[in-house]
Write a protein that binds this ligand. Structure first.
Ligand SMILES: O=C(O)CCC(=O)C(=O)O
Ligand SMILES: [Fe+2]
Length: 205
């Protein structure tokens, strides 16, 4: 098969819509076919302005256990974990990904936060994506490239847990009340894992 055929290979259509207590999410493991996911993964590794951000805790500089980047509309700065990021302008591959996701999520996104987990030591700990700028019941569209990692959700009141494996090329759309009732994390792992890139598309009001 030549490259054109590979890029034209159909995406895996399987899409599951989960309704859980106080929230819902859609999971499409094969949202991008392997050739497209490989292409995006390589170009994001190279073309994104990855930064090692840190936050100040009790006068101590603490490095985030992952690299991050923020892209989107110029006039929409974003604050999280005590830091404020000014976005880089959209680039070609981010716009291509964004367009395809918007068709599925039925939302027009104006920003994306990128996380790069270099190995199993990199992680993101329990948090919600319920920042004030995102308004009520935000839709968060999360795309995954590279190594497969566990993604866990935990209900803030009941402690109920849900665990997903987010594979290369997958899409997870979180919506409804989910961000107000559930925390999520990508835990560290002792397993030997390669790099992973996650993109969360958001609407900043
Ligand atoms: O890497 C992931 O799957 C999640 C990232 C995340 O939760 C965030 O950026 O807010
Ligand atoms: Fe998050």
């Amino acid at each position: 098969m030549d490259q054109l055929d590979l890029f034209g290979a159909p995406e895996e259509e399987t899409k599951t819509h989960f309704e859980i207590q106080n929230g819902e999410y859609i999971h499409i493991p094969g949202f991008f076919n392997k050739a497209k996911a490989d292409k995006f993964f390589q170009s994001l590794l190279q073309n994104i302005e990855w930064k090692q951000e840190s936050m100040n805790m009790y006068g101590k500089e603490i490095k985030f256990p992952r690299l991050t980047a923020w892209y989107g509309e110029n006039d929409k700065p974003y604050s999280f974990s005590g830091i404020t990021l000014n976005p880089n302008p959209w680039n070609k591959e981010l716009l291509e990904i964004k367009e395809k996701i918007e068709t599925e999520a039925e939302v027009t996104f104006n920003s994306v936060l990128l996380n790069r987990y270099r190995d199993g030591n990199d992680s993101i700990s329990w948090h919600t994506d319920a920042e004030k700028e995102l308004g009520k019941n935000p839709v968060i569209a999360s795309v995954n490239f590279g190594a497969e990692r566990k993604f866990q959700l935990k209900h803030i009141e009941t402690g109920e847990k849900v665990e997903l494996l987010l594979k290369h090329g997958s899409l997870l759309v979180m919506k409804g009340e989910l961000q107000h009732y559930w925390k999520h994390q990508v835990p560290k792992t002792k397993a030997k894992v390669a790099e992973r890139i996650n993109l969360t598309f958001r609407v900043i009001k």
